[in-house]
Design a binder for this molecule. Sequence first.
Ligand SMILES: Cc1cc2nc3c(=O)[nH]c(=O)nc-3n(C[C@H](O)[C@H](O)[C@H](O)COP(=O)(O)O)c2cc1C
Length: 192
Amino acid sequence: MAANVLILYYSRHGAVAALADKIAIGVQQAQATAIVRCIAPLQGEPGGRHPQVSLQDLTDCDGLAFGSPVRFGNMAAEAKAFWDSTSSLWLRGDLIDKPAGVFTSSGSLHGGNEATLLSMSLPLLHHGMLLTGIPYSEPELHQTSSGGTPYGPSHVSGHFADNKLSVEEQRLAIAFGKRLAKLSTQLKLQRE
Ligand SMILES: Cc1cc2nc3c(=O)[nH]c(=O)nc-3n(C[C@H](O)[C@H](O)[C@H](O)COP(=O)(O)O)c2cc1C
């Protein structure tokens, strides 16, 4: 059976959501199922183009891509609050040995996207997940002058948050989705 890859994100203005869409394309290209879910805002109406995540979505997934905007060099409070609600999964070990990776969007080129990706990895490591990024065999990692890092896909949305995803950012997000899907499928087959 095809692996289920959960693409879980928080996005206030749509940049992280745009990366999530590209990662989903990569997952589907690797013949896995992309399940895209968003984290609700802490205040205001639940937003986002995708259904709101439940803890069951995490329990059921075979792999995870986790996205958040950069907020003062770290993940958004909404994303952190979500992970702080996952103790029951941690106690059961629901996420142990599942592959995972992280993605982000910042306003400026050196505004902390790599630091954010690394700190976003921490709760996933505590849950026992197997972290994966993007290898330098992807040519766009050498060519990008916007986002895209070995720690995971990223986008630089610009001072007015109106930059579209660059070609390199798109290709790296798709390559990451494919890689995560292949790993999720292989590990799922081993478990069965
Ligand atoms: C409270 C706040 C803090 C932010 N901090 C940073 C930052 O440290 N570095 C940066 O480059 N951009 C920062 N930004 C800009 C966002 O990271 C950027 O606009 C991002 O693309 C938003 O993603 P979204 O469209 O998915 O919400 C910040 C934005 C907000 C609202």
